[in-house]
Design a protein around this ligand. Structure first.
Ligand code: BES
Ligand code: MN
Ligand code: ZN
Length: 507
């Protein structure tokens, strides 16, 4: 990953390929943001005027490169838009700083080192800038090495982000920088897994990757293979996985802290490829379905992040891993599965597979009686129809908890929206042969899926469900610190939930 260094020298004095400054949109034109004072001085105080001449406005995401004047060591000054100037007395919003730093880092792909002279006097500002830069610099080049030699136009990500203008000797500042690095590493770990093609990432190889990371970070892992799953009665996971040459796994990865007062269970949908099964997806709907394990990737990364940060909450991750394929051994529409909970499910549509693997994992997670279960899943196309590609939906069996999770997601910069679980939609899943069907009304399909999961949550356990089908995989042009492909959405929300559980502000 891109390295983060904390510099004591001024933005003008640092040797780098570029120096990044912030520019905001003021009522009378662009305004240079705090942190850029030394650079502005080298422009004789005319940086804002120069930018205006070049047509810059300070709009969010705007990137303007200009040659550095004498007095600035770096050859290039990159001004990045921060959006509207904050109201008097307010600092820049953390998300505005993350996005701007991300856009700048992205624009500097191919460079070795950039000095970031964005607002960093406050510890929280420095953390936001560092995190945004490290996330924005990300690119998935694992399958197209050799730089530009293969004619693929690939540039190496910016190698080093040097933060200037902060207090690198200050303890709180160092801690904030370390936190930014840990979170960015883990979001990027999730992105790497999501982007890895399904011919290399399948349940068994995913489980091996978890085992390796667990060794490194002192986590406890248990892997149930197809034999153990069959013997244990995991009818949901087996029913989805039985059609594939790559058999399913249930992976438990646990972080414990001796000071913990709370225990959280994170459950991730880990369909390493979703073809739809016998209810096969049509062409046009399956090209990006390697992303259907984004929930499991987020859960795994969040557990590692909790360990790296030493969060004082016990966190158990449950990864429900399977490949959903059509074959002679696949579950047929109309088949009835006996789930790990004992409930029977009539599978009307084999493409509604996520809820089947999650149901077993949620039942299993419930047996440990955690203080809360949070599942993360690319569960329904209906949620994408409802909320678009940037927001995930939050459902829960507890209104206060749903509100709290929404607030946390907002704080960390993961857009989301609360969604209801209307009881009347349960009837649509009534089955003439089984306890429940895996499909119900098409209208409100995301909520129907949520209601299905709710039936598998242990009595009295607080539960929230994040349907990340929209934002998990980004197909458009990169923006802010969001690259193309896997986004890692959910990771930062889960980690913050664990931190707040430790602080006693939730649950
Ligand atoms: N993995 C898909 C949901 C999905 C859609 C994720 C788009 C990411 C982007 C899920 O398994 C699925 O196929 N859901 C069906 C359920 C339906 C058959 C009840 C859907 O949403 O169409
Ligand atoms: Mn599906
Ligand atoms: Zn799926």
């Amino acid at each position: 990953m891109t390295a983060l260094t904390l510099s004591t020298s001024s933005a003008a004095a640092l040797r780098a390929d570029a120096v990044v400054v912030g520019v905001a949109k003021g009522p009378k034109g662009p305004v240079v943001a705090p942190g850029a004072e030394a650079v502005d001085e080298a422009f004789s105080g005319k940086l804002a005027a120069t930018l205006e001449t070049l047509g810059a406005t300070g709009a969010e995401g705007e990137v303007t490169k200009l040659p550095a004047p004498s007095g600035v060591k770096a050859p290039v000054v990159l001004a990045v838009g921060l959006g509207d100037v904050p109201a008097k007395g307010d600092g820049y919003a953390a998300e505005a700083l993350r996005k701007a730093a991300g856009a700048a880092a992205r624009a500097l792909a191919g460079s070795k080192k950039a000095a970031f002279a964005l607002p960093a006097a406050e510890v929280a500002d420095a953390e936001a800038v560092a995190q945004g830069a490290l996330l924005g610099a990300y690119a998935y080049n694992a399958y197209r090495g050799n730089g530009d030699k293969n004619g693929n136009g690939v540039k190496e990500p910016l190698a080093e982000v040097a933060l200037v203008g902060g207090k690198p000797r200050d303890k709180a500042f160092k801690a904030a920088a370390a936190r930014a690095v840990a979170l960015a590493e883990e979001v990027n770990r999730a992105r790497d897994l999501i982007n890895m093609p399904s011919n290399d990432l399948f349940p068994k190889s995913f489980a091996t990757i978890v085992q390796q990371a667990a060794k490194e970070h002192g986590l406890k892992v248990e892997v149930l293979d197809e034999k153990a799953l069959a013997k244990g009665g995991y009818g949901g996971i087996m029913g989805v996985g039985q059609g594939s040459a790559n058999p399913p796994r249930l992976v438990k990865v646990a972080y414990t802290n001796p000071k913990a007062k709370k225990h959280l269970a994170f459950v991730g949908k880990g369909i390493t490829y979703d073809s739809g099964g016998i209810s096969l997806k049509p062409a046009g709907h399956n090209e990006t379905m390697k992303c259907d394990m984004s929930g499991a990737a987020a859960v795994f990364a969040a557990v590692v992040a909790a360990a790296k940060l030493g969060v004082e909450t016990n966190v158990t991750g449950w990864l429900a891993l399977a490949e959903n394929m059509p074959s002679g051994s696949a579950t047929r529409p109309g088949d009835v599965l006996r789930m790990y909970s004992g409930k029977t499910v009539e599978v009307l549509n084999t493409d509604a597979e996520g809820r089947l693997v999650l149901a077993d994992a949620i039942t299993r997670a419930s047996q440990e009686n955690p203080d809360a279960i949070i599942d993360v899943a690319t569960l329904t196309g209906a949620m994408v129809l409802a909320l678009g590609h940037r927001h995930f939906g939050i459902m829960a069996n507890d209104d206060d908890f749903r509100t709290a999770v929404h607030g946390i997601a907002e704080e960390v910069g993961e857009p989301s929206w609360p969604m209801p679980l209307p009881a009347e939609l349960r009837r649509g899943m009534d089955s003439p042969v089984a306890d429940i069907a895996n499909m119900g009304d098409r209208m409100g399909g995301g909520l129907v899926a949520g209601l299905f999961l709710k039936e598998f949550v242990g009595d009295g356990i607080t539960w929230a469900h994040l349907d990340i089908a929209g934002p998990a995989f980004h197909e458009g042009a990169p923006f802010g610190y969001t690259p193309k492909g896997g986004t890692g959405t959910g990771v930062r929300t889960l980690v913050r939930i664990a931190e707040q559980a430790a602080e006693g502000t939730i649950l």
